[in-house]
Design a protein around this ligand. Sequence first.
Ligand code: OVV
Length: 402
Amino acid sequence: MTTALGSGLLPTSDADPFGHEVLENPLPLHAELRDAGPIVYLTKYDVYALARYEQVRAALVDWQGFQSAAGVGLSNFRTEKPWRTPSLLLEADPPLHDAPRRVLARILGPRALRTLRDRWMADAERLVDRLLSGTNEFDAVADLAEVFPLRVFPDAVGIPKEGRQHLLPYGDHLFNAFGPANDLVEKGAAGAGELLAWAQQQCARPLLTEDGFGAAIWAAADRGEITSEQAPLVVRSLLSAGVDTTVHALSAILYALATNPAQWQRLREHPALARVAFDEAVRWESPVQTFFRTATDDIRIGGHTVPGGRKILMFLAAANRDPRRWTDPDAFDLSRDPSGHVGFGMGIHQCVGQHVARLEAEALLTALVRRVHSVELTGPVRRHHNNTLRAWGSIPVRVRTR
Ligand code: OVV
């Protein structure tokens, strides 16, 4: 599948990173692309790919050379009309990117989240208590990973209760839409307009509660830190990036712990490892598998030139398991230091919501290890395929509570 046409020539691959076979298990392709060279040409989509840690990280931090404003999906905004108004965070470069980023970084920063911490810890305890009072067998996706973020995050943003069932389908389509127009995009296309319209309606000031992230964004507009035209788009970024990602990260942690009992015991003995467990799960699973950049101008990578305007696919997931960077990369191991992983990206676009996600995971894991002695799978697990997200559809588990 991958051929290096002699040394010095650009390695190529005919693989489809967005095909169902790869989405079911992307690890073999990731290894193949890493081993093919520092940069590989993907014939199916006429794009370049980076799968090694060194090159992925270098592209992420070089925002001048690798622009985001032409879109971070396959579609090139230089020549194609975006399906939604581009994000001021994700799909913008400095200077446009900077003020929205500054505003969100403060609103979602560790200091600002301190007031949420006790509430979310208590919410997680209640959720776990209620779940375990009914049964010791449940689906870790539908009954836990999807429930907790949907319980706490929309409230924290401050959107109305009504319509929240649209959040996951909106995110699922959005993340599919970063990939090619394949069957996954096709299946969401009919509902996409309505989902997007719904998401955008939730960002209007009168609909938002007075104490949430949404209201704080509008308050920043009042102070002139962003414009009032920008405010609803910044709120939209929270609804776009903050739900599916955390659900799939929590699913990944629960699967990792269910299949690595020694790591569960370690976490039980040291609940302060919850935050390490979260980052190790983000490294191990990479809930966001890939994003594209666009070469601003001709750029040299690994001895090859990518012409300006061309798309470059960064395999965050492959970088996060690159043996050139990580010892025993496929092991989910709470004794390693996962910092430096690129699961949240790196540089000026690095996930601005990561402290929120980490707090959600910490709250849920802390509540779980307090009650649960062991977790095991009880039946076949099922993946959920998405062009960008690594996701579980179902993780049936049994827990022992004494
Ligand atoms: C990181 C991310 C993913 C999806 C959407 C957005 C950001 C956004 O800003 O809309």
